[in-house]
Design a protein around this ligand. Structure first.
Ligand code: HEM
Length: 120
């Protein structure tokens, strides 16, 4: 995992990939409704900060923790969580991210299921 962000091309490249990712989620027929009318720039910034910590680039994450970030949303069910992972994989592949880094990234995200998913 160490060095993942520099292999991507740096923190701004991470941000650019996340911008593509959230545009894709917004347009997705299964999970798009979660993002409709939301501030994607803010969500991207929060996710960026979270991943910079998870990828060991930053020592701390001062943002809204994922366990609290979704409380005002409709329930995030297993299928929603899984769909987000599928879209993420597609985006990372399309962006030419190294296969080993894609697996490492997805492992981090899969590890969040217990704090993000609220129902079956
Ligand atoms: C690995 C799993 C996930 C992580 C680490 C994560 C992380 C985050 C973080 C840190 C924020 C706060 C952004 C800010 O600072 O405002 C956020 C917001 C949000 N997330 Fe997630 N998230 C995850 C999964 C999901 C899933 C599965 C969905 C829906 C399918 C989702 C939908 C949203 C939405 C709509 C917001 C904006 C909430 C608002 O505007 O109040 N997230 N997420």
């Amino acid at each position: 995992m160490r060095g993942l962000v520099s292999r991507l091309g740096g923190p701004e490249r991470l941000r650019a990939i996340l911008e593509v990712f959230y545009q894709r989620l917004l347009g997705d027929s299964l999970v798009g409704f979660f993002f409709a009318g939301r501030d994607l720039t803010k969500i991207t910034a929060g996710q960026h900060a979270f991943l910079m910590r998870a990828f060991q680039e930053n020592e701390r994450f001062d943002g809204v923790h994922p366990s609290r970030a979704h409380v005002s949303l409709p329930p995030i069910l297993r299928g929603h969580f899984d769909r987000r992972l599928v879209v993420l994989r597609e985006v990372l592949e399309a962006e030419g991210v190294d296969p080993a880094d894609i697996e490492a990234w997805l492992k981090v995200e899969r590890g969040m299921r217990g704090v993000v998913q609220v129902g079956g």
